[in-house]
Write a protein that binds this ligand. Structure first.
Ligand code: SF4
Length: 230
């Protein structure tokens, strides 16, 4: 696992990005949505419910209904714990995400989609990385904050939404105050994340509206997600 532990960069940022104060919100005035949810007790409640839901997992539209709480494995090959492949200040994201200190990116191992064209194939299909406890995942977030990253960027977290929520509670208790964002596709998980993340950078990879055969070829018919009522 590659965890970046660089020096804190205390630069306030280039003047041209400030826009005369119009574009940059002072961090002292900023209260992340998940901190507000934590103060209301909502974050803890959702985290507990999400972890309980692992006992018959329907975290994503695969609806495997297997007991991940006791490490049974479904389509995404993930058990009770999240797997982290890497975490580091990412300078390959869009300018508004990477800023001048990088986006605090956490890449999760395994995936529930199994796209044949995945750009992170070793991570998503071979499970690159190591399992982490909630406390360890929280510490990764805090390390990224200490490094000076502008945000915490969860990459392809849909299959580990419960584990992220569980870790976020610990991270908030430990002083996490960066805003959070979600990169890459989520389907049903946005309902769980909504209310405590500020930014979504969704990518539409495929759609089965009008082209079901293409979607099935890419995902493999045996693992095509079950349709759900909205
Ligand atoms: S693919 Fe994974 S996250 Fe999705 S329902 Fe199956 S076990 Fe749960």
């Amino acid at each position: 696992m590659r965890i970046f532990n660089g020096k804190v960069n205390d630069r306030s940022g280039p003047d041209e990005l400030n826009g005369g104060g119009r574009f940059v919100m002072s961090r002292k005035d900023f209260v992340p949505a998940y901190v507000r949810a934590f103060k209301d007790g909502v974050l803890q409640e959702r985290a507990e419910q999400a972890i309980e839901s692992l006992r018959s997992c329907c975290v994503c539209p695969r609806d495997c209904e297997i007991d991940r709480f006791n490490n049974k494995i479904g389509v995404c090959k993930s058990g009770r714990l999240a797997r982290v492949a890497s975490a580091f200040p990412h300078f390959g994201e869009e300018d508004c995400l990477r800023g001048w200190n990088g986006s605090g990116t956490i890449f999760f191992g395994w995936c529930n989609l199994r796209c044949v064209f995945c750009q992170n194939f070793e991570t998503s299909q071979f499970g690159e990385g190591a399992e982490v406890t909630a406390a360890e995942l929280a510490q990764i977030m805090l390390d990224l904050q200490k490094t000076g990253c502008h945000n915490i960027n969860f990459v392809t977290p849909e299959h580990v939404v419960p584990q992220v929520l569980e870790a976020l509670v610990i991270a908030v208790e430990g002083g996490l105050r960066l805003h959070s964002c979600i990169t890459h596709r989520l389907t049903t998980a946005w309902k769980v994340f909504s209310g405590w993340t500020e930014l979504w950078t969704s990518t539409c990879r495929i759609s089965n509206s009008g082209t079901p055969s293409i979607a099935e070829n890419i995902l493999s018919p045996a693992i095509t997600p079950k349709p759900r009522a909205q």
